[in-house]
Write a new protein. Structure first.
Length: 85
């Protein structure tokens, strides 16, 4: 496996784990600690608000991955153009 392939694999693996773990941990943290302990909301309300928070975190994580992939694609494109010139 070449160095660039390994780098791409590490990046995709990192973001895949982040996209899976971050929303799940956000859901349970906000449900248990924030909504039930601190605010004292009901179980159904804490589930709904925690789900909303985890969806927001998921979209942020996906946006970070898309930005990284887009910037890497632009960098590769500019490197190819530099080599042609």
């Amino acid at each position: 496996m070449s160095t660039s392939s390994l780098s791409i694999f590490k990046t995709v693996l990192y973001y895949s784990v982040f996209i899976i773990i971050a929303p799940i941990s956000t859901f349970f943290f906000t449900k248990i600690v924030f909504f039930e302990k601190l605010l004292g909301t009901s179980s159904v309300a804490s589930n709904v608000w925690s789900a909303i928070a985890s969806i927001i975190v998921l979209h942020i994580a996906l946006g970070m991955y898309i930005m990284r992939a887009y910037s890497d694609a632009n960098k590769v494109k500019s490197d190819k153009e530099d080599k042609v010139d």
